[in-house]
Design a protein around this ligand. Structure first.
Ligand SMILES: C[S@@+](CC[C@H](N)C(=O)[O-])C[C@H]1O[C@@H](n2cnc3c(N)ncnc32)[C@H](O)[C@@H]1O
Length: 229
């Protein structure tokens, strides 16, 4: 989803924003990486989270029936494989969450993040910004991304950059976000291997121009020109 090179992340602190019931933090922690998950879903009672995530999983299963014209098979063979993968992820998440609430899993509601400036080297965000541009306004997008940049030392990556109702096209907010941030940051659109929704095979990378000496060595990108999709 984010083209991560694990060799570059050994000394990095990573924040997975709006991480939800995903198992990225679980897996990375098991391998010894420093990852924190943040989401407004998280709370002190693990049973509540289990109820919400299993209910959301059933809703997701129903929502994906009849979606064949909106998905691209390849990364996943078919719907059954994708749903089995998602089920495994949320169950792994829940096991880890039970033991690590307020440690690796912290409640945060965008557009605010309660961490000091530059707390993380890399901040990731998937399946919220751009995708749900039908219900989250431009101001929310800009404020949330600026907040992610505030808590990151080096880079923010956002996946995907299509809109849920856009038939695989870039979100209409993308161009404006790039225009608003490009005076202060390097912005780059990168292809990614992960894909489920049609057109969802790119991420937006936003890098700080003035990098710290002790940054974790993430790859630098040139500033870009954005062309419509
Ligand atoms: C579709 S899920 C994506 C989860 C995960 N990032 C993934 O890619 O599988 C969207 C997540 O965003 C969270 N969310 C929605 N609005 C939020 C907000 N304002 N602040 C923090 N999290 C939010 C939801 O609770 C949900 O877990």
């Amino acid at each position: 989803m984010f083209n991560l090179n694990l060799n570059n992340l050994k000394n990095c602190r990573i924040l997975d924003c709006n991480a939800g019931a995903s198992s990225f933090t679980t897996h990375m922690h098991k391998r010894g990486y420093d990852v924190t998950a943040a989401d407004m879903l998280y709370g002190p009672n693990p049973e509540d989270i289990e109820k919400i995530t299993s209910h959301d999983f059933k809703t997701l299963m129903d929502a994906h029936k009849g979606l064949e014209d909106k998905v691209e098979w390849g990364f996943f063979k078919d719907l059954a494989e994708m749903m089995a993968y998602r089920e495994k992820c949320y169950k792994e998440f829940y096991q880890d969450y039970k033991n690590s609430f307020n440690h690796r899993y912290v409640p945060e509601k965008l557009p605010d993040i309660n961490f000091p400036d530059k707390s993380f080297h890399l901040v990731l965000s998937s399946h919220l910004l751009f995708l749900y541009d039908d219900r989250l306004d431009y101001e929310f997008h800009l404020d949330s991304i600026r907040e992610m940049l505030r808590v990151s030392r080096d880079e923010v990556r956002i996946y995907p950059i299509i809109s849920i109702n856009g038939k695989g096209k870039h979100s209409t907010y993308l161009k404006q976000i790039i225009e608003d941030l490009s005076p202060d940051y390097y912005l780059d659109i990168q292809p990614v291997k992960y894909q489920f929704r049609r057109g969802a095979n790119e991420m937006l990378c936003i890098k700080k121009i003035n990098r710290n000496r002790d940054s974790c060595g993430l790859v630098t990108y040139d500033a870009i020109k954005v062309e419509g999709k």
